[in-house]
Ligand binder design. Sequence first.
Ligand SMILES: Nc1nc2c(ncn2[C@@H]2O[C@H](COP(=O)(O)OP(=O)(O)OP(=O)(O)O)[C@@H](O)[C@H]2O)c(=O)[nH]1
Ligand SMILES: [Mg+2]
Length: 236
Amino acid sequence: MVVIILPTKNESESIRETIDRIRSVCSDQIVVVDGHSTDGTADIAREMGVQVIFDNNKGKGDALRVAFDYVDDDVLFLDADGTYPVEQIPEFIDALEGCDVVIGERVEFTDGSLPLLLRIGDRASRTMFRMLYGARLDNLSGFRGISRDAISRMRLESDGFGIETEITAKAVRLGLRIKKIPIAYLVRRGRSKFSPVRDGVAVVCAMVRYRFWGTENQMLICRKTKGMKRDSDEHR
Ligand SMILES: Nc1nc2c(ncn2[C@@H]2O[C@H](COP(=O)(O)OP(=O)(O)OP(=O)(O)O)[C@@H](O)[C@H]2O)c(=O)[nH]1
Ligand SMILES: [Mg+2]
């Protein structure tokens, strides 16, 4: 089973339409994880019969981690702002059956969906990711699917917008099966919560921080195995 998670912070302009569009393409459970919106977003979702939970007021990463803890199944998550092609959800669900992480690779940007400066930042981020991790992936895409097993193995910790980069980085470091699905990025309704400087720094920090993530575990396993080997040699 897959649960569809919608992180929301003041998305009253688009939450209703997002839920309606999801329901028109699939019958999977939807969970809204709300960032204490002051514009009635949570009420709209609840009125529509959607389960609403709340984050710890620390950002999108915290919200997603709260939702991942709340559900027991595989998850699919996307922004509730009209930017992602909801109609492709069934394709993501199918893909998740054969891999660990599905990433909506933004290959087409409709006019006005991403201002020039952010487009440059997006390009730079993908290039930096490729240089550090040797993989051509859209580390900032907010339309993804992750298996339950992958979520447990990733031990996610980002509070803010570094979360997608952390997921992408750890998927590579863990050698997980990743599938990319080409998608378009559409014009947003309502106000963006992404702050280019603050959140850009968080993305770069995540990219650098997780470059060697997992190495310490491997070293530990290696050391333990060597220790065990030595012990068994002594017992001969
Ligand atoms: N629960 C929760 N949701 C958040 C928080 N910050 C952002 N979101 C939601 O997470 C999604 C991503 O935020 P956006 O503002 O769309 O950021 P973005 O997609 O990088 O930027 P745009 O291209 O302008 O859409 C949206 O659905 C937001 O409502 C938060 O602190 N808590
Ligand atoms: Mg968005």
